[in-house]
Design a binder for this molecule. Structure first.
Ligand SMILES: Nc1ncnc2c1ncn2[C@@H]1O[C@H](COP(=O)(O)OP(=O)(O)OP(=O)(O)O)[C@@H](O)[C@H]1O
Ligand SMILES: [Mg+2]
Length: 353
């Protein structure tokens, strides 16, 4: 039978002094201590007595407060009093010598439902707490990544679109003023305003495109990358060459996203920073590794003295999150080469990467 402590193999101990029958449990995973309202031990199981390096028998009658670590003493006393007063159990986690212990304090009720004693059930939850901490760290990283992305979008909108919209507004106001006096000048200004508006629309489209890349799950990655490279070539007037092995295995969705974001950020950097006339993108699959590289013939940069922005940092984090690696080779006047590798496991594989 499993009782309220969730432990099997219970045995019944009868305490004559207290006149209460105890249904006790002796499982190794749980330390169980019964005390009276003054804190005197009435029962302690073997797991709990080992903590105090004494036998269970030798500990009967000793006050629990003389044994408990000073760090938690006052807090535990408050909890015990609360359980005695309310008759409701309480759970709390304490650390001790690098170990997390979950202590559940139960009221032991005698005649007339009066609380006559307290049962402490202590359980090592270090593993569980570590998992929770790990989970919290991952959630925090996700939140930070989300914040970084928001910052980037607002910066892009502010620096480019925001400025252009303000200029357009001023332009339209001036057209309103001159429209009465000189229709030809007004016409010219309207044409300029249309051109400005077209640039703004193009920029907003680019932002949307970056936020939601084309349906990566429906079209094969090489095709998507090829089309993306061609669109960069067309829009920016630099030569972008894409090459890929003929037979590519079917990739997992998160691998596809990481590779797509690599090419997207890499080419954006080429346009923004490199002054290159050509860039080469290559996707390869060899010896169980997926490899993506991007090279340009631009200015290059001094890696040691350059602070990584959200772009390169984001790519690195994405590769690391899939147990891959990301490297940058660059030097002033020597162009830049980015290289990303992912360990490859096919879609059907049960192993996690
Ligand atoms: N292909 C390149 N050629 C020359 N310099 C580069 C190239 N790629 C990156 N850099 C340098 O590395 C810096 C960091 O790049 P990163 O992509 O991390 O940030 P960013 O492009 O400045 O801003 P963000 O990507 O956050 O919009 C750039 O500011 C630039 O100085
Ligand atoms: Mg960048």
């Amino acid at each position: 039978m499993i009782n309220e402590f969730g432990v099997k193999d219970s045995k019944v101990i009868f305490s004559e002094q207290a006149g209460i029958a105890w249904d006790l449990l002796d499982a190794e995973a749980y330390e169980v201590i019964f005390v009276d309202l003054e804190g005197n031990i009435l029962f302690i199981n073997d797991s709990a007595s080992q903590r105090y390096h004494k036998s269970s028998k030798a500990l009967i009658g000793i006050c629990i407060w003389d044994l408990y670590p000073h760090t938690h003493l006052n807090y535990l006393k408050i909890l015990l009093n609360q359980v005695a007063a309310t008759g409701q159990p309480i759970k709390s986690n304490f650390t001790e010598n690098g170990q997390w212990n979950q202590t559940t304090i139960y009221p032991i009720k005698g005649k007339g439902k009066r609380v006559d004693g307290i049962a402490l059930c202590i359980h090592n939850v270090t593993h569980q707490m570590e998992k929770e901490e790990q989970f919290k760290r991952v959630v925090l990283e996700l939140i930070n990544a989300q914040e970084d992305e928001r910052f980037r979008i607002s910066r892009d909108l502010h620096d480019d679109t925001g400025q252009r919209m303000t200029a357009l507004l001023l332009q339209l106001r001036s057209i309103k003023d001159i429209i009465e006096n000189d229709r030809n000048v007004a016409k010219e200004e309207v044409n300029n305003a249309i051109l400005n508006l077209e640039t703004i629309v193009k920029h907003i489209r680019q932002i949307f495109y970056q936020l939601t890349p084309p349906s990566l799950n429906r079209v094969a990655l090489p095709k998507v990358l090829d089309a993306f490279c061609s669109s960069v070539e067309e829009a920016n007037g630099i030569h972008v060459d894409f090459s890929c092995q003929e037979e590519m295995p079917e990739l997992l969705e998160n691998q596809v996203t990481v590779i797509y974001r690599f090419v997207q950020e890499g080419l954006t950097n080429v346009i923004k920073h490199s002054g290159a006339t050509s860039a080469w993108v290559n996707l390869d699959y060899t010896d169980g590794d997926l490899n993506i590289s991007l090279e340009d013939n631009g200015n290059g940069f001094d890696i040691k003295n350059t602070v990584e922005g959200l772009g390169l940092r984001g790519i690195r984090q994405r590769f690391i999150s899939l147990n891959g690696c990301f490297e940058i080779e660059s030097a002033p006047g020597k162009g830049t080469r980015l290289n990303g590798t992912l360990p490859f496991k096919s879609k059907g594989s049960r192993e996690l990467i």
